[in-house]
Design a binder for this molecule. Structure first.
Ligand code: NAD
Length: 249
């Protein structure tokens, strides 16, 4: 129960990796706010049913008003905020970069980079005032691998790794540590449904992994638990790759 008494917001926590992280932080003792475009209340109800203090908030992280309201509601209902997991993100079907289009590029950046910024800005006064906080940004190993045909997605995740480093320096004196996790190809419900893509990955990429098996959302939970805790007191600005040893950085 190393997070007992702490409160965590997990954006995009209704399903997939965010939900696995929410469940792990809850098992570690944290109160949980699930912030998502969809199914936030249902995901929170699953936690409260298991005896966890949890709330679900419907919000678009790319909206300034939604991000601010989500943090204020969390503080008002759960009594504070200590941990922010910026997990919500969008992806897009693979296509050559010339076909992405300006509107798609802008929306990708809004959700995947402006969203984390707005959430960090909203928690900042609370974390600075209490001189304690943990921020975890979910990036992607595609940044290190140079994966093609998703240039706006990969660029947004590269920006998030740079954001993690620079923000860590701004927060360093305030006891707020900012770190990231870069998952590999992970069988969240969204991905697992795409059987062709899963089979293609197994056939063509498995040989490049040191640990040659599928990656599951639960594979990201242990590192999130560590980064959310007091154990990572002297670690900040880092993004940990968790992908079975595909990208080694
Ligand atoms: N699954 C993978 O293979 C993989 C690989 C590398 C990185 N990641 C990253 O891990 C994170 C989670 O991935 P996942 O596969 O579990 O995704 P997912 O699509 O299963 O879950 C994402 C969640 O974010 C929510 N969301 C999307 N846009 C939102 C917005 N604007 N505001 C609030 N909520 C929003 C969705 O409703 C969804 O519940 C993402 O940041 C993703 O980029 C995933």
């Amino acid at each position: 129960m190393k997070l007992k008494g702490r409160t965590a917001i997990i954006t995009g926590g209704s399903g997939g990796i965010g939900n696995a992280i929410a469940k792990r932080l809850a098992a570690d003792g944290a109160n949980i706010a699930i912030v998502d475009l969809v199914n936030a209340q249902a995901a929170a109800a699953e936690l409260t049913g298991a005896g966890i203090r949890a709330i679900g908030l419907t919000a678009d992280v790319a909206s300034e008003a939604d991000a601010a309201a989500a943090v204020e509601q969390t503080v008002a209902t759960l009594g504070g905020i200590d941990i922010l997991v910026n997990n919500a993100a969008m992806t897009a079907p693979p296509r050559p970069f010339e076909e992405i289009g300006v509107a798609d590029w802008r929306r990708m950046m809004e959700v995947n980079t402006l969203g984390p910024y707005l959430m960090c800005r909203a928690v900042s006064p609370h974390l600075r005032a209490q001189k304690y906080g943990r921020i975890i940004n979910i990036a992607s190993d595609t940044v290190h691998l140079g994966v093609p045909y998703m240039l706006h997605y990969v660029s947004s995740k590269g920006a998030l790794i740079a954001f993690t480093r620079a923000l860590a320096r701004e927060f360093g004196k305030d006891g707020v540590n900012v770190n990231g996790i870069a998952p590999g190809f992970t069988l969240s419900e969204r991905i697992a449904k795409q059987q062709d893509r899963v089979e293609l990955f197994r056939r063509e990429q498995f040989k490049a992994l040191a640990i040659q098996r599928d990656e599951f959302p639960e594979d990201l939970a242990g590192i999130a638990s560590f980064l959310a805790s007091e154990d990572c007191a002297f670690m900040t600005g880092q993004t940990v790759v968790v992908d079975g040893g595909y990208a080694m950085v």
